[in-house]
Design a protein around this ligand. Structure first.
Ligand code: 5GP
Ligand code: MG
Length: 465
């Protein structure tokens, strides 16, 4: 499975390898497990490695890679063990070479794979991207690229922001609901498509616009061409991008991520006021929320927790045991701020509850008088099927507990989550255009055994009506 990765595509009059590398570094927060790039130089060459971007490409001399078009990927899943499984996925097909970098999850990919196998297809990797690539190749045998992609979109369901190469041509494609972000920019001597606008910033480029849900864009060194393939009435932008996943300095679908987090904090302060000495963020993810809480409540903000920035994100570490130890290696309290004080502790989200529990214990050990927890997302009660790593109800502390039960379990003096209405207000996108699956249990795509938020127009279109 793919999960919440980062993708990029560049077309330029200059060589693109270094640009892709820089863009991937700007998207590093979207995946730390592996990185890869595919670059066209007479044929498509694929470079992949495990780890962070600098680690993954350390044996490659970027300056020696020729080629003016390419795509790149940073990989997020915890299930990867060899660079083979990293992306882009490169396929040899009857219509030529296809390379695919994917952010999202195709929810019906296994069924589509079986259908292809019945038609006599065999698979090299057996992954989602291979299914997508072969389907696309099949449609390309007698169709133009936009018609073939349209046929592909009628088949695949779920979340996808792709960057794609078909021989020397390079494209970006965003699913009809716009679940994952994707945007377009201009850079020196060329054009770029990337998961987030920070990748364009990192290249000194100019943001043009978001790729629209249901839109295919081809970029060349001289411009871009848009094919609006599907126009679904309601979108389903993932709210968690705004709350946690995206970089705070990105702008997604016209919404400034930092400002949204600050507003989440302000609304939290209105919904759950408390008397305290300091507002303390859980770094780094809770910073902007804490700033907003402090601003709205008038309680001073203090960096009462220091982070060892050289330790990787706890969430992606393999076992619960290591995860638990790492929280305390990673965060250490500033005693003078914590000792004897009433603290409002602010974070973006509680998923399993591991992080917050450990931190509260740490603050108490260091003499905190009261710890009031405020969370910038509603309780996460249901799994994400579209790419955020919270895939089963059992993992989720809020899936079968009341707020009061959670408060007791994490040992907080009080606990306040932002409401769903507060969340929607902070983001400023209407409810019908957001995916709120993990906080409502209602999904914009059909998932077996789950409630479905009906997307009428998309369904009709997919059925060809
Ligand atoms: P918990 O310990 O409750 O499972 O995780 C909550 C913490 O992990 C929060 O501080 C939040 O910032 C972070 N977090 C939430 N979702 C994700 C995710 O999908 N990936 C990673 N790496 N961290 C996450
Ligand atoms: Mg965090």
């Amino acid at each position: 499975m793919n999960e919440c990765c980062g993708v990029v595509a560049v077309a330029s009059r200059n060589k693109v390898a270094e640009n892709i590398y820089i863009a991937l570094m700007a998207l590093q927060h979207r995946g730390q497990e592996a990185a890869g790039m595919a670059i066209f130089n007479k044929k498509i060459e694929n470079f992949k490695g495990l780890g962070l971007v600098d680690e993954a490409f350390k044996r490659i001399n970027l300056q020696e890679i020729n080629g003016n078009v390419g795509i790149g990927h940073v990989y997020y899943s915890i299930k990867i063990s060899s660079p083979e499984n990293a992306q882009p996925t490169l396929l040899q097909t009857p219509v030529g070479e296809i390379a695919i970098a994917h952010n999202g999850i195709i929810t019906n990919w296994k069924k589509l794979k079986e259908e292809l196998m019945e038609e006599g297809h065999s698979f090299l990797y057996g992954n989602e991207e291979e299914v997508v690539g072969y389907l696309l190749a099949k449609y390309l045998e007698d169709k133009s690229i936009e018609k073939a992609v349209k046929s592909l979109m009628k088949k695949i369901e779920g979340s996808y922001s792709f960057t794609l190469m078909l021989n020397d041509r390079v494209f970006g494609l965003r699913d009809p609901l716009g679940i994952k972000p994707l945007c377009l920019g201009e850079i020196e001597n060329g054009y770029i498509i990337a998961s987030e606008s920070v990748a364009i910033d990192a290249l000194g480029g100019k943001f043009i616009r978001d790729v629209m849900p249901g839109e295919l864009i081809e970029i060349t060194p001289d411009g871009y061409k848009s094919y609006k393939l599907v126009n679904e009435k309601h979108k389903a932008h993932c709210f968690f991008e705004y709350v946690y996943f995206a970089r705070a300095d990105s702008v997604i679908d016209g919404i400034d991520v930092y400002k949204t987090r600050e507003r989440l904090g302000e609304i939290l302060a209105e919904e759950h006021p408390v008397d305290a000495d300091y507002v303390v963020p859980i770094p780094d993810s809770g910073r902007a929320h804490a700033y907003g809480y402090s601003k709205a409540s008038g309680i001073p903000l203090a960096e009462g927790l220091m982070k060892n920035r050289y330790i990787a994100r706890t969430f992606i570490l393999p076992t619960q045991q290591i995860r638990e130890k790492l929280v305390q290696m990673k965060l250490n309290p500033v005693k003078s701020i914590i000792n004897g004080k009433k603290i409002v502790l602010v974070d973006d989200s509680i998923v399993r509850g591991t992080t917050i529990k450990k931190i509260i214990a740490l603050l108490r050990r260091h003499g905190a008088k009261e710890v009031h927890v405020r969370i910038g997302s509603p309780p996460i009660i249901a799994p994400c099927y579209f790419g955020i790593d919270m895939t089963t109800r059992e993992q989720l502390i809020a899936s079968n507990k009341t707020i009061e039960e959670i408060r007791k379990e994490i040992n907080a003096d009080s606990l306040g989550y932002i409401s769903i209405d507060g969340l929607i207000k902070a983001i400023g996108i209407e409810k019908n255009n957001l995916c709120l699956g993990c906080v409502t249990g209602e999904y914009p795509v059909k998932i077996e055994g789950e409630k479905y938020r009906f997307q009428e127009r998309l369904e009709k279109w997919q059925e060809g009506k």
